[in-house]
Write a protein that binds this ligand. Structure first.
Ligand SMILES: [Cu+2]
Length: 457
C-alpha cells in the first residue's frame, strides 16, 4: 500500500508540475505504469470536477492531467505479464503495465482526450464501448479510423455525454487482442445529483474475462472461440481476487462488465440487490426488482446496489460451477459410484503414480496436493477458517464488518462468528428419515426404468 500511495502522490505531483510548464503541455502526458496487482485505493480527484471514485478489484484508476479544461489520459498498449493468482503468471497484452488496463474515471460533460501509444507487435485501436461520441472516435479499425500501426500514437477526443458504466477494448484483430487480455473499465460519474443514481459508500468495479492457458504454458491460446479454461475477474482468479470489504450498513454499488464469450450469472450470498444500471445507463427505479443473481451477457454491463446489513463472510461468484474452477480438463469422466477395487493395484504395478479421481465426488481434489505442471493454477483452491473452499476462477468474498472504518478497503481477515451461529455436527438422537410413499402401480418397488440416456452439456 505504501508503494501505491507514493505512486499516486508522485503522479499528482507530476500533473501539478505539468500544469505550470507551458512547454510541457504540448508534449504527451507521461504514461503512468502500474506494477502491482493489488487493489489500489480510490483515486480521489485533485483536479477537474469532484466525484466519488470507484475501487477497481485488483486494479487501479489512471491519473490524468488537465490541459486548458480538457482531461488528458495516456494509454499504452503493450505486452505485459499478469500474475493471475499467486505463482501463476501469464504473458498477456494490456495497457500501462497490466491486464486489464487502468479504469478511466471522468465526469458527465468532461471533455476527454486520450492518447493511445501502440507498443504491440501489430496494429490496434480502442473502441469506447457504450459511449455516445462522434462516429470517427468509435474506434472500429477500417470503419471509423485507420488502425494504429505498431509504434505510433493516436489521439481520441470526445465529451463524456452520459453518466454510466462503460468499457474499452480493441476493435482491430479483436478476437486475438481480447483473448490476450486487452480491455479496461470506464466510469462516467454524474455531474450533479441524478434522480436515478444514488450516492453510495463504496463503489466497486471489475471486468469478467476469460483465457485459454494450457496447463504448464504461459501464453493464452488466441484461436480459442468458446473453450476457455481460465475464468477471471480483472485477469485474476480465486484465491488471487481481492475480497470486497465493506462496513455494516454501507450502501454498496458493484459494477460488472462482461468481455468474455459467454454469459455469467453473478450471485451474491446473504443479501438482495437491485440492478440500478445497465449498458444504457441508470435504470428508472420503477423498473427495478430484487434479485440475488443477475446474468451479465456478453458485451453487457450491469451495476448492482445493496445495503450490506448482514455481518459475515459472504460468497460472491459466477453461478456456472465450471467458472469457479481453474484449468479444468474437459476429459474427466464421471467416476462417482464406480467401483475400482482391485483395478488400481493392478495399474500401479506398471504405473506407480496412477491415481483414480472422483469416485466419491471431486471434493478430494481441493485438498489433494497432486503434482501439476509448473505455472499451473490448481483446479480448486483457497482456504477458509474451516478448511478448503474448493473454489477457483470467478469467486470472491463480500466481507461485511461493523468495525470496518469508512474509506478503509483492507481485508479485515476471517469473520469471527458469534458463538453458536455456525452449522455443526449433530450428536443427539437422529430422527427416522421419512420416505416417499410408493407410487401407484409400482407396488413391488422394482418397476422404475432408467430414462433413456442422452448426452448433456
Ligand atoms: Cu461465469
Amino acid at each position: 500500500m505504501n508503494n501505491r500511495r507514493q505512486f499516486f502522490a508522485g503522479a499528482a505531483a507530476t500533473m501539478a508540475g505539468l500544469g505550470v510548464a507551458r512547454s510541457a503541455l504540448a508534449a504527451l502526458p507521461e504514461p503512468v505504469i502500474q506494477t502491482s496487482v493489488d487493489t489500489a485505493p480510490p483515486l480521489v480527484p485533485n483536479t477537474g470536477r469532484p466525484y466519488n471514485p470507484v475501487v477497481t478489484l485488483n486494479g487501479w484508476s489512471l491519473p490524468w492531467r488537465m490541459n486548458n479544461g480538457v482531461k488528458e489520459f495516456h494509454l499504452v498498449a503493450e505486452p505485459v505479464v499478469r500474475e493471475m493468482s499467486p505463482g501463476f503468471k501469464v504473458n498477456m497484452w494490456g495497457y500501462n503495465g497490466q491486464s486489464p488496463g487502468p479504469t478511466i474515471e471522468v465526469v458527465e460533460g468532461d471533455r476527454v482526450r486520450i492518447f493511445v501509444t501502440n507498443k504491440l507487435p501489430e496494429h490496434t485501436t480502442i473502441h469506447w464501448h457504450g459511449q455516445r461520441l462522434p462516429s470517427g472516435m468509435d474506434g472500429v479499425g477500417g470503419l471509423n479510423q485507420p488502425a494504429i500501426p505498431a509504434g505510433k500514437t493516436f489521439v481520441y477526443e470526445f465529451e463524456a455525454r452520459r453518466p454510466g458504466t462503460f468499457m474499452y477494448h480493441p476493435h482491430a484483430d479483436e478476437m486475438v487482442q481480447m483473448a490476450m487480455g486487452m480491455m479496461g473499465f470506464w466510469v462516467t460519474h454524474p455531474k450533479a445529483k441524478h434522480p436515478h443514481i444514488s450516492k453510495v459508500d463504496r463503489d466497486f468495479c471489475f471486468l469478467l474475462n476469460a483465457f485459454d492457458v494450457e496447463p504448464g504454458s504461459k501464453t493464452p491460446k488466441v484461436s480459442t472461440m468458446t473453450d476457455f479454461n481460465i475464468w477471471s475477474w480483472n485477469s485474476r482468479i480465486f484465491p488471487g481476487i481481492d475480497t470486497l470489504n465493506v462496513r455494516l450498513n454501507d450502501r454498496v454499488r458493484i459494477r460488472v462488465g462482461n468481455l468474455t464469450m459467454t454469459n455469467h450469472p453473478i450471485h451474491l450470498h446473504g443479501h438482495e440487490f437491485l440492478v440500478t444500471g445497465t449498458d444504457g445507463g441508470p435504470t428508472p427505479p420503477a423498473t427495478r426488482w430484487y434479485e440475488v443473481t443477475t446474468d451479465v451477457a456478453v458485451g453487457q454491463m450491469r451495476q448492482i446496489e445493496l445495503i450490506a446489513d448482514e455481518e459475515g463472510d459472504w460468497a460472491f461468484h459466477c453461478h456456472k460451477s465450471h467458472h469457479t474452477m481453474n484449468a479444468m480438463g474437459h476429459e474427466v469422466p464421471t467416476m462417482i459410484g464406480v467401483d475400482h477395487r482391485g483395478l488400481v493395484n493392478k495399474i500401479q504395478r506398471v504405473a506407480p503414480d496412477y491415481m483414480v479421481m472422483g469416485e466419491r465426488g471431486m471434493a478430494d481434489m481441493g485438498e489433494m496436493q497432486m503434482p501439476i505442471p509448473d505455472n499451473t493454477a490448481p483446479m480448486m483452491t483457497g482456504t477458509g477458517q474451516f478448511g478448503p473452499i474448493e473454489m477457483g476462477g470467478m469467486f470472491s468474498v463480500f466481507k461485511v464488518r461493523k468495525d470496518q472504518k469508512p474509506g478503509d478497503y483492507k481485508d479485515p481477515g476471517p469473520y469471527q462468528f458469534p458463538q453458536g451461529t455456525v452449522a455443526h455436527e449433530w450428536t443427539g438422537a437422529t430422527p427416522a428419515a421419512p420416505r416417499a410413499a410408493t407410487p401407484p402401480g409400482q407396488a413391488d418397488g422394482t418397476a422404475v426404468k432408467p430414462k433413456p440416456g442422452g448426452k448433456h452439456h
